[in-house]
Write a protein that binds this ligand. Structure first.
Ligand SMILES: Nc1ncnc2c1ncn2[C@@H]1O[C@H](COP(=O)(O)OP(=O)(O)OP(=O)(O)O)[C@@H](O)[C@H]1O
Ligand SMILES: [Mg+2]
Length: 305
């Protein structure tokens, strides 16, 4: 089953209706109890300020011993944008994602998310702040089911701790119910219904990638970092992925930073493209312009030789 099954606009609207209702209900339920509601998905994402970039990366450098993986990288991602991040193997794309996720400490530079420095944010708070990601080599719990993996992704949006989970006051039970509804909508959105109870390690690679996407979306991100989502997919699946990425932006209001080697996909889906080579930014602009940039062409031809 391919991700393209969600690409029909009417079907998608229908599938997402429950998802959005659940988000609105959660907002109402939590705020009426005097609790700060988690950021509503979709609509509140679209309300993001248009005055500042959602993500601002400025002079970011990262070394591993003698290797300069990132060398003074600066660029911005605007709310609602799909930004492609390209570059030959080893050019620093995943390293930049790991810096954004706070898995790596920067050597220098600044990263701001909604105007707030990410460098002050511990890595376990990144998802709650609104940054979700998928991994180049998949970051799933392989012995857990599809449903359990997606539920784990949504837990950063719940407020209950150990004591409340043990006592289970009504608010906690309600929160859990809303999370399960949201996960059920995501399972439907990503056509994972038939495998919801299957252990992840028993699934084909392409399906595991959809599970990982569902897990990332369960955290209700404002910014989604996708690290080579098309790797290992066939031609039809890549087309379906393109439709899905656009749907995630259009229907859920999620801004996307997309690392991809599949040039046809990046150039067709992105609003702008940033190109890296040996840790340096070599181009930043509209896809058609970056595609024709002499340094970008040289970087790719050089890496092919
Ligand atoms: N944890 C690490 N320790 C040492 N070197 C690393 C580490 N992570 C990345 N590097 C090095 O940093 C450079 C950039 O690697 P990175 O994985 O970011 O490239 P990439 O652009 O994602 O490549 P690919 O397209 O192959 O995934 C490479 O030279 C890599 O070997
Ligand atoms: Mg990589």
């Amino acid at each position: 089953m391919s991700a393209g099954e969600v690409s029909s606009p009417d079907q998608g609207d229908e599938k997402l209706r429950g998802y959005k209702n659940a988000a609105a209900e959660r907002e109402r339920a939590l705020s009426s109890g005097g609790q700060a509601a988690c950021a509503g998905f979709g609509e509140s994402n679209r309300r993001a300020s248009s005055e500042q970039p959602l993500l601002g990366i400025s002079g970011v450098s990262k070394r591993f011993g003698g290797i300069v993986a990132l060398d003074g990288i600066s660029f911005a991602v605007e709310p609602g944008q799909i930004c492609g991040l390209i570059g030959p193997n080893g050019s620093g794309k995943t390293t930049l994602f790991n810096c954004l996720s706070r898995l790596y400490q920067l050597d220098s530079g600044m990263i701001e998310f909604e105007g707030v420095s990410l460098l002050e944010t511990p890595r376990h708070r990144i998802a709650a702040l609104g940054i979700g990601r998928t991994f180049q080599n998949l970051g799933l719990f392989r012995t857990m089911s599809v449903l359990e993996n997606i539920l784990v992704g949504g837990h950063c949006r719940t407020r209950s701790g150990f004591f409340q989970n043990a006592v289970r006051p009504p608010r906690v039970a309600r929160e859990e119910q809303l999370l399960r509804e949201r996960v059920a909508d995501l399972v439907e959105f990503l056509a994972l219904g038939e495998v919801a109870n299957v252990t992840v390690r028993d699934l084909p690679f392409g399906t595991q990638k959809r599970v990982e996407l569902a897990r990332a979306l369960a955290s209700e991100p404002k910014l989604l970092l996708l690290d080579e989502p098309a790797a290992g997919l066939n031609h039809a699946e890549v087309d379906a992925l393109r439709a899905l990425i656009l749907e995630i932006r259009e229907r859920l209001g999620v801004t996307i930073l997309l690392v991809e080697h599949h040039m046809n996909l990046v150039m067709r889906v992105s609003d702008k493209v940033v190109a890296l080579n040996f840790g340096r930014k070599i181009a930043d602009g509209p896809p058609a312009k970056v595609q024709q940039d002499a340094e970008v062409i040289r970087a790719y031809l050089g890496s092919a030789q």
